[in-house]
Design a protein around this ligand. Structure first.
Ligand code: COA
Length: 169
């Protein structure tokens, strides 16, 4: 039978436990999940693409059937190139819906062969976003338990010169 592949795209600047939750639950539906970092120079990212990939790689260590990649250009073209049958996205709150709906409809207009599949983000991660994590870390707040350990460390390094984020040693 044909392998069922989903691509899970995003900025992942940085990856959070909310993203990990979607990846792990996505793997219960698909044979393989390709986590792919969007190269978008117009978004003012804190971490470079390489740094983001490294944090993702470290965070998913030990989980099988995952591939880490990057893409540039149209997501739907990338998904087709990777022979994916679905685009995986997480929904946190109603506020995500409008943007996600528009994106899913546009992708459907571009190709009817690839479905967008939404999973509800686990309720423990509903309030998390990469920006909120960065802001808390920037001001030295506790981000432990909301992001993988490696992300905690990397944020601590990034903001060291300003004020250290309180992470587990
Ligand atoms: N848990 C926690 N946070 C989550 C989350 C989850 N499950 N799912 C999303 N988020 C957060 C992210 O942390 C991010 O937070 P931030 O805005 O504070 O950084 C925010 O939600 C946006 O998420 P993300 O999934 O990274 O979306 P994005 O808007 O950065 O990227 C792409 C969306 C890359 C998929 C989209 O822009 C794209 O497809 N681009 C390619 C061009 C294209 O094909 N365009 C046509 C389609 S319209």
């Amino acid at each position: 039978m044909k392998e069922k592949i989903a691509v899970y795209p995003g900025s992942f600047d940085p990856i959070t436990n909310g993203h990990l939750d979607i990846i792990q639950r996505g793997l219960t539906l698909f044979d393989k999940v390709i986590v792919t970092v969007a190269v978008n120079p117009s978004k003012n990212a804190l971490f470079t693409i390489e740094e983001r990939l490294e944090m993702i790689r470290e965070s998913v260590k030990g989980i099988s059937n995952i591939e880490i990649d990057t893409f540039e250009g149209l997501l739907i073209d990338y998904a087709a190139k990777r022979k994916a049958c679905a685009i995986l996205r997480g929904l946190r709150a109603m506020s995500d819906f409008e943007f996600e709906f528009q994106m899913a409809m546009m992708n459907r207009r571009l190709s009817r062969d690839i479905q967008t599949v939404f999973l509800m983000t686990g309720f423990r991660w509903f309030f998390i976003s990469s920006s909120a994590i960065k802001e808390v870390a920037h001001f030295g707040g506790k981000i432990e338990g909301m992001v993988p350990e490696i992300v905690c460390e990397k944020l601590k390094e990034k903001f060291k010169s300003i004020k250290p984020a309180k992470c587990r040693p």
